[in-house]
Design a protein around this ligand. Structure first.
Ligand SMILES: [Cu+2]
Length: 189
């Protein structure tokens, strides 16, 4: 009777041991049987925890891949100067790099609720500097465009009373998700 119940318990343990390391152990003494049961439980807990941790890790990878759009443009040093006293407008500057292997077209900038446009300053045939609004900017694969005073720039309106350190904007891209970035707002000396 005792013998058959022991072997049944051993069989049960054998079945529940995930790694099968206990399958060759002889359960003849009660003490060792309890100890092994304990070890078996610990092992199962460890496996459970490992499984849980890897499941959470996998979920995190899936979530972060779904919510973060792959990087296509790298934007550096985006900054603007608060408007001069009495002026409604001011300029913003940055560099934009296309790190993909295909052309990327920037259609417009959005800094809502503030008005913003992509501009370029050019000299006309009479030698007069004028700025015009650009309808779009195309970046070739691997190319970089630097927005500088006297060249391409972002024109802002309505920032006279702007007090924050950063202004949130986004570039609308043709056929791709918009790129969000921040302009650092610099005070005039
Ligand atoms: Cu302008």
């Amino acid at each position: 009777m005792m013998r058959s119940s022991l072997s049944f318990a051993a069989l049960k343990r054998k079945a529940s041991s995930a790694l099968g390391i206990l399958s060759t152990v002889n359960f003849s003494k009660k003490e060792s049987s309890v100890w092994l049961k304990d070890e078996n439980k610990k092992m199962q807990m460890k496996i459970k925890h490992l499984f849980k941790a890897s499941l959470i890790g996998l979920l995190l990878v899936i979530i972060s891949n779904c919510t973060r759009s792959p990087e296509v443009l790298v934007i550096n040093d985006a900054h603007l100067y608060v408007p001069l006293n009495g002026s409604m407008m001011t300029g913003g500057y940055l560099s934009v790099s296309n790190i993909t292997k295909e052309p990327i077209e920037i259609l417009e900038i959005n800094c809502s609720p503030y008005r913003a446009e992509i501009h370029e300053t050019k000299m006309d045939e009479k030698g007069i500097m004028k700025m015009e609004r650009l309808q779009s900017i195309e970046l070739n694969p691997g190319s970089k465009i630097i927005f500088v005073p006297g060249g391409k720039h972002i024109m802002f309106w309505g920032l006279s009373d702007f007090q924050e350190a950063y202004l949130d904007c986004s570039f609308k891209l043709k056929g791709k998700d918009s790129i969000m970035f921040k302009f650092e707002v610099l005070k005039r000396e």
